[in-house]
Ligand binder design. Sequence first.
Ligand code: SAH
Length: 342
Amino acid sequence: MNLTADLTGQHVLVTGSAAAARRAVRRYRSAGATVHTLTSPAGFTPGLLDGVALAAAVDDGDAGWAVLPVACRRHRVLLVREKAAAPGGQVTLVGGGPGTEELLTARALEALREADVVFYDRLAPHRNLDRLAPGAELVDVGKRPGHHPVGQARIEQLMIESARAGHNVVRLKGGDPFVFGRGGEEAASCARAGIPVTVVSGVTSAIAVPAAAGIPVTHREVSHLFTVVSGHQPLTSEEHEHLAGLGGTIVVLMGVGTLPQLAAGLRRAGMRADMPVAVVERGYSDSQRTTVSDLSGIVTAAAAARCKSPAVLVIGEVVRQAGSCRAQAAQLAGLAGRLEAV
Ligand code: SAH
């Protein structure tokens, strides 16, 4: 059974060893309760329950806590049992998907629930972190293009220090941690520091953002390969040639700023001027927008529409599927609506 209670201003007694109870303590504090702690059953006296609205018994394995339920019953204090916090001292790199909470994996949700501290990026779903990671301190290390409030070396240092202090550290990143997210560097520096590190893969924007615009990155008889490229730096002419020569879908992340160089480079490398190109901005947000043109017109179209980061660029024949996939999606939605109405 799930109960929701307003604990603002209420006294809550949290029992259990400091390590086991650390997350429960933070959770009740963040719910506005006045938290009292008792780390050993030897220190228990029934007087500790005076004025207490709720006792939270964290299971730290000590049999001595058997006195607590008896005393709670006698004092008519509500008792809830809590699992001990998982042992700390580790880092979990979590892929948060392209920005909507609904695309967090079950494993990501579990890691957040178990976190003592969450270092999060702006492209990760971070609006409801206080609910998703109720026992955690939340630290915004958000990166925006050209604006990194906390530098990469500092982020890595903070994660390591926090894990060394015994915390369960979650590093929540946009999309998948190993796709242009510097997740590899973070994992390596944790490993170098002797900190156990786990990676939780996420839904990458490279596939999911085109999908949100109705564009499949592969499509039978249209494209049987897709290449994901970073547009952070302009590509070399050799790279343009390789890309144009592949003949499949090209997906570019961080590519709004270098779109003019990319379009010109692919044209020079022989790609057709009428190759369809889409710019999908702010996937999965209320302001998601798709701008479609062809290789010769996309720079003007994107400038006229004032396309901004974050956006995923898709270059290839699959862009033409957007219309039919969207139409099909709309048809299905309509069908579902009709079925519900029946
Ligand atoms: N690791 C991430 C990518 C990080 S690079 C992943 O797997 O998705 C950051 C780039 O991802 C942005 O510049 C943009 O190109 C893309 N991106 C991430 N989220 C996005 C979103 N919701 N809408 C559009 N582009 C997005």
